[in-house]
Design a protein around this ligand. Structure first.
Ligand SMILES: Nc1nc(=O)c2c([nH]1)NC[C@@H]1CN(c3ccc(C(=O)N[C@@H](CCC(=O)O)C(=O)O)cc3)CN21
Ligand SMILES: CC(C)C(=O)C(=O)O
Ligand SMILES: [Mg+2]
Length: 276
């Protein structure tokens, strides 16, 4: 399999080949996902919740994103690595947005950045694109707007909201985004948007009409027992497996079953005799 680029994303949409994306936040997980052939790895600011235990993504810093993205990039050979720009790293000005996107690319080696929102961040997206940094858009449920939205709520159900989302998607295409994440919007709306833009849409809670899918890795592996919204499918129950493994380890250490002699190192009897 060849290295994935933003051009590959566009070709895949043109061929009708679905794009796969998963989040990863560290070297070892990125390595597993890359070897398994996922097209793209997202270092999502969801790491604030999954890795750092915050209740939303607002506290995540650019240093947090750079730290995790460097680790992911070291574990990746073929997947396209996209790094989320965190809250307040692109809201102040276009200059600030380019400087922060530039830092991410230079310091981590990520291939692209992702930015939440449409017309309100148009200037910032244009500036980043002009600096030759590929930008993935993100519309619908944009978690960095959690306080403005009043919670993590499904978006685009009213005629007004739905029309606005179609316009925003067209705007992101026009100003040069190479792809758009559509999060938690009705399936039929996501299908219409996907048919009306030439760039690939990557859905999460947006149905099969999107050109690709993304999920948070902990969710799909069954590691987030406290988070099970409608759009998540468990492809494994690692939470259960880890619980069982840890319980067995603890009981074997307590009973002396672990470590066995096979897990230990030898010393010669000649040396041993001189010790006591
Ligand atoms: N582990 C994890 N997975 C994610 O998908 C994720 C994160 N964290 N953190 C950042 C955002 C936040 N996301 C969320 C969080 C909650 C809902 C949620 O509770 N959704 C309800 C719908 C509520 C409604 O009906 O409007 C659901 O039941 O799906 C959805 C997306 C998606 N992202
Ligand atoms: C849910 C995905 C799209 C994301 O933005 C993240 O993981 O931060
Ligand atoms: Mg995000």
């Amino acid at each position: 399999m060849a290295k994935k680029t933003v051009a590959t994303f566009l070709e895949m949409k043109q061929k009708g080949e679905k794009i796969t994306m998963l989040t990863a936040y560290d070297y070892s997980m990125a390595k597993v996902l890359d070897r398994a052939g996922v097209d793209s790895i997202l270092v999502g600011d969801s790491l604030g919740m999954t890795m750092l235990g915050y209740e939303n993504t607002l506290a995540v810093t650019i240093e947090d994103m750079i730290h995790h993205t460097k680790a992911v990039k070291r574990g990746t050979e073929e997947a396209l690595v996209v790094c989320d720009m965190p809250f307040m790293s692109y809201h102040i000005s276009a200059e600030d947005a380019v400087a922060n996107a530039g830092r991410i690319i230079k310091e981590t080696g990520a291939h692209a950045v992702k930015v939440e929102g449409g017309s309100v961040v148009e200037k910032q997206i244009r500036a980043i694109v002009n600096a030759q940094i590929p930008v993935m858009g993100h519309l619908g449920l944009t978690p960095q707007s959690v306080n403005a939205m009043g919670g993590f709520l499904v978006q685009g159900k009213s005629e007004e909201q739905a029309k606005l989302l179609i316009e925003e998607a067209k705007l992101l295409e026009k100003i040069g985004c190479f792809s758009i994440v559509l999060e938690c919007i009705p399936e039929k709306l996501a299908r219409i948007i996907s048919e009306h833009v030439s760039i690939p849409t990557i859905g999460i809670g947006a149905g099969a009409g999107c050109d690709g899918q993304v999920l948070v890795i902990q969710d799909m592996l069954g590691l987030t027992s406290d988070f099970s919204p409608k759009f998540v499918k468990h492809y494994a129950e690692l939470g259960v497996s880890i619980d069982e493994a840890v319980r067995t380890y603890c009981s074997e250490v307590k009973s002396g079953v672990f470590p066995a002699l096979t897990h230990t190192f030898k010393i010669s009897d000649a040396v041993l005799e001189k010790l006591y």
